[in-house]
Design a protein around this ligand. Structure first.
Ligand SMILES: Nc1ncnc2c1ncn2[C@@H]1O[C@H](COP(=O)(O)OP(=O)(O)O)[C@@H](O)[C@H]1O
Ligand SMILES: [Mg+2]
Length: 496
């Protein structure tokens, strides 16, 4: 406001619909602010008073404009310009009229402005004239035009993005805009998808779990939500996507909708899987080497020793026989020879069973697990309880081998790492699942040792479980000891 401002007067006279009587209405023409052109018109619409801002904005000096019609302030009438006489007529009938649009300067240039025209009446009620306030918006108009242009540029940029689906959702999740990337990634054209609920992008299981609603809920309460998972294209095919949803709010904070940016990570996911396969192949190779080493050791240390002893007994017997000795001692040696041969044979059986227990093929999984438990107990002196109540189930060969190996690996770990005195092996059916559990009462694993990258034991268990669509939990029990727990959907493990 300038130093000559007199806001009190303005309050008195410029209140819309305010009644000014007689001479008072001329006080209206006070220069309150450089921005407002304030002037009065007589009942015919001719300019009666004029302020400095009016001169500044329009270029007309007071002497030039006084007595001229109000219409000189408007460009020659065209479609986008108001008819000045309409504005006055409206002010006469309703008390006031507001117009925002093009105005004309003295030099003929246009400017964007608002005008509020107030009809002024005498106490008797007859028209005394009009008071008008004009605000020059050309600056604002330019800014808005600039904003519109930059919005258009932003929209054009969003439209042309191909690698990201960028679109807007209504507050309830209906698609409100669409870009080229969205069309490329999801397969819908704008016409097909705008107005439909965005849950069509989610697979049935995610929809059933309420994921789309949860995404909006989280975005609106926490300012953002992000999720990675399988999504559905318009042709029904799946793609792996990462999506971020952010809320759009107006100046008062009310939710106006959401923006959603989705990236297609299918290729990325495939590479990740390939990497996983690569790692697994390397781990398998290492495990195979380990296994060969173990067999070589057993053949050398166990079977080799027995064969050496057998040979020594046989040589002594041969010498005795060649010397013509047939006495009780020779008979005992011959019996020893037979016993050692039996031992050796059972060692061969044990070693070969560890490689592929024939029991698994001949008797089935549960008896093979019983045998494994017996063997283990005998060999390591650790008590094993078996609770095998899945007898009615006919396991597929793949499942039987996998479960046998899981139990075998878990027991080997108990012997190697647990310092346990007792193990419980459970295989039971529950609802539509089969649970395999190996619990020991040992020391448990040190933190993080379960995901040692170089060891294949627990990793192998996880991998076998994964291949049968199951879940595996490996770790310490709250009451001490270690637990290997696997759960398989029955569908995935029965013989078909
Ligand atoms: N029953 C168990 N009790 C204690 N620690 C265990 C048990 N099973 C596994 N672990 C820990 O988990 C680690 C990883 O096991 P695993 O992958 O089989 O590798 P490895 O047996 O070759 O060490 C073991 O080194 C051990 O520290
Ligand atoms: Mg191991």
């Amino acid at each position: 406001m300038s130093s000559t401002s007199a806001p009190g007067k303005i309050d008195e006279n410029a209140v819309p619909g305010g009644i000014a009587s007689g001479e008072h209405r001329y006080h209206f023409a006070i220069d309150i602010d450089g921005e407002f052109a304030i002037f009065t018109l007589d009942t015919h619409g001719q300019v009666e008073t004029w302020n400095a801002a009016a001169e500044h904005i329009t270029g007309y000096g007071a002497s030039e404009i006084l007595g001229k019609p109000f219409s000189v302030l408007y460009p020659t009438v065209s479609a986008d310009v108001a008819v000045p006489s309409d504005i006055l007529a409206r002010a006469v009938t309703t008390g006031r009229a507001y117009y925002e649009g093009w105005h004309a300067r003295k030099d003929g240039t246009r400017f964007w402005a608002s005008v509020l025209v107030i009809a002024q009446r005498r106490e008797q009620g007859d028209l005394a004239g009009f008071a008008a306030v004009t605000h020059d918006y050309s600056q604002r108009h330019l800014i808005e035009a600039k904003l519109r242009r930059s919005e258009q540029r932003l929209q054009a940029m969003i439209d042309s993005v191909e690698d990201y689906a960028i679109f807007m959702l209504s507050p309830t999740g209906e698609v409100a805009s669409w870009n080229t990337g969205a069309q490329r990634i999801k397969g819908y054209s704008a016409g097909e998808i705008i107005g439909r609920h965005f849950s069509v992008f989610y697979p049935p299981e995610a929809r059933a779990a309420g994921l789309p609603e949860r995404m909006l809920e989280t975005a609106s309460t926490q300012g953002r939500s992000e999720a990675e998972g399988w999504r559905i294209r318009s042709d029904g095919s799946r793609f792996w996507a990462d999506a971020i949803i952010t809320p759009i709010r107006d100046e008062k904070g009310a939710l106006r909708g959401f923006t959603k940016v989705t990236r297609d990570l299918t290729e990325h996911k495939r590479l990740e899987q390939l990497e996983h396969v690569g790692e697994l192949a390397a781990a398998t190779e290492r495990a195979r080497e380990e296994e060969k080493k173990r067999i070589a050791r057993e053949l050398h240390d166990d079977l080799g020793q027995r064969l050496t002893a057998l040979k020594m007994t046989a040589v002594i017997l041969q010498q005795e026989v060649e010397a013509g000795h047939y006495n009780p001692e020779t008979a005992a040696q011959a019996r020893g020879l037979v016993a050692q041969t039996d031992d050796t044979m059972s060692a061969v059986r044990r070693i070969s069973s560890a490689l592929r227990p024939t029991m698994l093929d001949d008797l089935g999984l549960l008896p093979a697990v019983e045998w494994l438990a017996d063997e283990f107990s005998r060999r390591y002196g650790i008590k094993v309880n078996t609770r095998l109540s899945a007898g009615e189930l006919e396991f597929s060969d793949t499942a039987a081998t996998a479960i046998f190996r899981i139990v075998q690996e878990a027991l080997t770990n108990v012997a190697r790492h647990a310092c346990a005195t007792e193990v419980v092996v459970t295989i039971e059916l529950e609802n539509n699942e089969c649970e395999v559990r190996i619990d020991d009462n040992g020391l448990g694993a040190a933190p993080a040792s379960c995901d040692k990258p170089v060891s294949f034991g627990l990793l192998g268990i996880r991998e076998r479980v994964r291949q049968l669509n199951g879940f595996a939990w490996l770790g310490n029990k709250p009451d001490g000891g270690f637990r290997v727990q696997c759960r398989f959907p029955i569908d995935a493990i029965v013989r078909r």
